[in-house]
Design a protein around this ligand. Structure first.
Ligand code: ZN
Ligand code: ZN
Length: 235
């Protein structure tokens, strides 16, 4: 899907996510930083063929990916970073607070009762999903361009949106906000689920900050893309 000039979205589906299907909005932006193709988040390992065939449709290849922005360390975002880097030599951009987790893959410690009350999942679906996501093995990911304070990288503005993880970042490109997991729109626009947050209060603060930013369209990594004006007041 071509959202605006130079910005393309590949939607990848993750089946068997707590008894439902979770989508991943993988973003590609042409010529946004040093004339290179920028990818924002990479989906789970095993999706290289989907990425490759999507790029072919927009007249690119994996080889053309010059930068990968990793919003945070979770494997649905960082899963193909090393595979892409090995092919294209892409430079990895992430927040310095994610470094530790990108180097030592951390597992999710989830409790059935917390997830069940929000996602209405049964015990089998819950344990199957936790086992699946905690069995994903990723090699350490090296950050080439470390973000600390918010900064511009060419036409991209890197926004700190911590809380879901210690160093979660989002990206503003013109009037399009690529929110990562700092905004979840699987049901309606809202902060990430509490049980998936490093610091939920901080995640809620980041959510409000992002919603107030001057943007027109918001692309969450999970859920539907939406117009900012459609968010009826604040969560
Ligand atoms: Zn996440
Ligand atoms: Zn995610």
């Amino acid at each position: 899907m071509k959202l605006t000039e130079n910005l393309h979205i590949l939607e990848i589906l993750e089946p068997n996510f707590f008894g439902t299907v979770l989508n991943h909005n993988v973003v590609f932006i042409e010529n946004a930083y040093k004339n290179g193709l920028v990818m924002v988040d990479t989906s789970l390992p095993g999706n290289m063929d989907l990425i490759s065939s999507f790029l072919k449709k927009i007249h690119y290849s994996i080889n053309d990916i010059a930068y990968i922005i990793v919003s945070h360390y979770h494997p649905d975002h960082s899963g193909n970073v090393n595979a892409i880097k090995n092919i294209s030599g892409a430079k990895v951009i992430a927040h310095e607070n994610e470094e530790e987790a990108l180097n030592n893959y951390m597992i999710f410690k989830l409790k059935y009762r917390d997830v069940k009350s929000v996602l209405n999942t049964n015990k089998k679906e819950f344990y199957d999903t936790v086992r699946r996501i905690n069995n994903i093995k990723l090699d350490p990911i090296k950050i080439d361009i470390k973000i600390g304070r918010e900064q511009n990288l060419g036409k991209l503005k890197i926004i700190n949106s911590h809380g879901h993880t210690r160093g979660h970042i989002s990206v503003l490109y013109n009037d399009i906000l690529i929110a990562g997991d700092a905004i979840n729109n699987t049901m309606h626009p809202m902060p990430p689920f509490r049980f998936f947050c490093y610091n939920y209060d901080e995640a809620v603060t980041s959510y409000h900050k992002l919603i107030r930013l001057k943007s027109r369209i918001i692309v969450p990594f999970h859920g539907e893309i939406f117009k900012r004006e459609d968010v009826n007041n604040i969560y």
